[in-house]
Design a protein around this ligand. Structure first.
Ligand code: NAD
Length: 452
């Protein structure tokens, strides 16, 4: 009864936000992957839920410092009918005990950003050969180097779960790029343009309930993410925007990021929100936030393209990653749902509605896995299914995941580099080459024939 209710509720929730349901979550039940999850907050619970739906994964251990999150996670596991994994909780370094377990094939990390690098490195040093982390890879450039070096030393795979690379429109456009529909790619745009005021502050009970608390008194991301807005200014969350466009121009695979410069606006949005919600006398109205409301970054690439990237999380606005992919023959602009291809689009200087193009170039992976008749669904419109699927299938086949440690490092490096550029008065700063010259020889990877 409980299980039926859960499945029904999940299906209803999926329908409510227009998700695409997916067929059979696993290709083969043999060769099961034994997965441990560190951090079962809201994001970790989404991965947990997806992992439990697969018949090729056993979740063998979970870890979190927050009893409430452990309670929510164990509810999900109970409702799935699967075996309860071993639970590690309490201390911030309890995850080290999880890593001592001998029955773990892979670790998935979904903790606050500042924990990603130490947890990845400790996992690698514990002998885990497949480590997946939520975005971003680390905080400093030294963090990124340390992860790259440790993965190389341990001959192990580190992947960053950049689910935005799997959006259906993004993958159709990747398909178009690979077939040169836009000609040679010249310029790209993207950004994390997401009003996070309701995520950065809550009432300590529900992450989506309005309030003005952050830090210890708050829940989920308001416990930690908001502190980054107090102490840092830069593009703090570049990879949802950057990952998809980087794959289209083969960054680290024949191309690389050379340099960037960043600009930050004044800082008003978060204070304004607190005053509107909690009044001018609320103690949090005294907090000085450092993060510019809009941070704009311009990246130059070795093959001559430029990328314009934005971070915009403190002001009222609808969600938009705002992709633009432009070449010598035409362009896609996600925000106005338009595509224009010279000589093919019927009207000169007028946009085609993007949908017929996206349908025509629908990516084979989406054609294969999306199935509206099936009641199972994954979050964020289906992309969460793909990102976990890619990781699990790579482990089963003992191959490298599609997104590797060099991708994770290069995409995430935008954050410390943009902070540095702003600090230096908007100067241009160079990207390190995490591949140590190998970017020139590594073959393009993200394509139309990817199996997973
Ligand atoms: P959250 O606060 O809900 O969850 C983080 C969890 O980590 C919490 O439960 C916290 O108690 C736990 N934690 C903190 N320190 C720990 C430690 N030392 N040991 C064990 N557990 C610890 O935040 P979230 O929304 O789940 O975000 C987690 C990560 O996922 C972040 O990197 C975030 O940017 C990312 N995220 C990605 C997406 C996406 O679409 N890809 C969406 C949301 C969040």
């Amino acid at each position: 009864m409980e299980r039926r209710t859960f499945v029904k509720n999940t299906a209803l929730a999926s329908a409510a936000i227009g998700l695409y349901p997916f067929q059979g979550f696993a290709s083969s039940p043999e060769n099961k992957v034994r997965l441990a999850i560190i951090g079962v907050g809201l994001r970790g619970q989404a991965h947990l839920d997806n992992a439990l739906r697969r018949n090729d994964v056993d979740v063998v251990a979970i870890c979190d410092v927050d009893d409430r999150m452990i309670g929510m996670a164990t509810d999900i596991i109970r409702k799935s009918g699967k075996t309860m994994p071993k639970i590690f909780k309490g201390d911030t370094h309890e995850y080290l005990k999880l890593l001592e377990q001998k029955n773990i094939d892979a670790v998935l990390i979904a903790t606050p950003w500042e924990w990603h690098t130490p947890m990845i490195i400790d996992s690698l040093q514990a002998g885990i050969k497949y480590v997946a982390t939520e975005v971003v890879l680390g905080i400093t450039l030294e963090d990124h180097w340390a992860v790259v070096r440790e993965a190389e030393k341990q001959n192990a795979h580190v992947t960053m779960l950049e689910n935005a690379c799997y959006f259906r429109d993004v993958m159709a456009v990747l398909n178009m790029v690979r077939q040169a529909v836009f000609g040679e790619i010249i310029h790209l745009q993207a950004g994390y343009q997401h009003d996070l005021r309701g995520v950065k502050f809550n009432n300590g009970i529900d992450p989506y309930d309005s309030g003005v608390e952050f830090g210890e008194k708050a829940f989920s991301e308001a416990r930690w993410r908001t502190n980054h807005s107090v102490h840092r200014t830069g593009d703090l969350y570049p990879t949802h925007g950057l990952g998809p466009v980087a794959t289209m121009i083969d960054i680290n695979h024949g191309n690389r990021f050379l340099s960037l410069s960043s600009f930050a606006t004044k800082t008003r949005g978060l204070h304004d929100y607190i005053v509107k919600k909690g009044g001018a006398n609320n103690p949090n109205a005294k907090v000085e936030f450092k993060l510019g409301d809009i941070v704009t970054t311009h990246i130059k690439c070795a093959n001559g393209e430029t990328i314009l990237l934005q971070h915009d999380t403190n002001l009222p606005r609808p969600y938009s990653l705002g992709y633009r992919v432009q070449g010598t023959n035409g362009l896609w602009m996600q925000v106005n749902k338009g595509i224009y291809v010279e000589g093919v689009s019927p009207k000169h200087h007028e946009w085609d509605d993007q949908q017929s193009w996206l349908d025509k170039y629908d990516h084979p992976l989406w054609k294969r896995w999306a199935n509206k008749e099936n009641e199972k669904a994954a979050g964020h419109g289906g992309i969460d299914f793909f990102v976990l699927h890619g990781f699990i299938e790579a482990i089963k086949r003992r191959v490298a995941p599609l997104m590797d440690v060099y991708d994770a490092a290069a995409w995430s490096a935008v954050t410390p580099l943009s902070e540095k550029s702003i600090e230096l008065g908007y100067q241009t700063v160079d990207f390190p080459d995490f591949t140590n010259g190998q970017w020139m020889y590594r073959k393009p990877k993200f394509g139309i024939n990817d199996e997973f």
